[in-house]
Write a protein that binds this ligand. Sequence first.
Ligand SMILES: Nc1ncnc2c1ncn2[C@@H]1O[C@H](COP(=O)(O)OP(=O)(O)OP(=O)(O)O)[C@@H](O)[C@H]1O
Ligand SMILES: [Mg+2]
Length: 270
Amino acid sequence: MSAAARAGVGAVEIDSVVKVFKRNRLAIQALSETSVDFREGEFVSLIGPSGCGKSTLLKLIAGLDTPTSGEVRVGGNPVRSPLRTASVAFQKPTLLSWRTVLDNILLPVEIRDGRPSRADRAYAHELIEMMGLQDFASHYPKELSGGMEQRAAIARSLVTRPELLLMDEPFGALDEFTREDLNEELLKLWEAEPKTVVFVTHSISEAVFLSDRIMVMSARPGRISDVIEVDLPRPRTPEIRTSAEFNELVRLGRISLEAAKAEHETAAHA
Ligand SMILES: Nc1ncnc2c1ncn2[C@@H]1O[C@H](COP(=O)(O)OP(=O)(O)OP(=O)(O)O)[C@@H](O)[C@H]1O
Ligand SMILES: [Mg+2]
């Protein structure tokens, strides 16, 4: 059996990864030695203070940047170049201004196959509907609000049905109701088409609602300082947000995040 088959195509291994950014003589350590595995088909959230290296970690997994030391493996294979099986929803939407919403969403399919098939176009329209953009498929990015651009970028990240989905604060620019709706849509999609999701958020309750596990990162240089198992039943419905178990997990998340910040402050004063 190949290493990929053993690990599962969507399994992620972060093995002793360190990331230091060098600019002129200045070195910024974004990640201190980090080792963690994400299981195939798992929904994992990363939470942590601003600048702790969450986006950096996603880029290393996607193969968009390389670790200073250590190794990232996906499906058992070392990541050395941008991964074809992964899709990233970036923190900023990065749509192409000269393409319509529909054509922006179809871009990853064009890059992969040359021309989108009829089924691809149908799926793109399904995603547009799911994101509430059905009246804007032929609009250009400058005609959209910030949250609408973000939703178009999320649809673009889903259109190839990736085995590994890396989402960087995808719902950060949205109002609470839209965000909760899209949380539910995302879970439905994930349940229908199993995939490994690594989801960055600043919202503890969003992380609890979505995840199997929450990784709490300490302030820069980041590392995983705590792991919270979210053993709430699935499928998760909106009502779960009012349950005692849900709110207890949110409370635990808050305590853990506070501890992660304090740990850094102590280190900074040492
Ligand atoms: N390309 C880069 N060149 C130099 N420094 C970088 C680069 N990318 C990130 N950094 C630095 O690495 C650190 C971690 O950045 P990163 O974007 O990963 O944080 P983050 O946890 O995603 O923060 P936020 O919650 O604000 O999005 C920061 O100090 C940032 O300045
Ligand atoms: Mg970030």
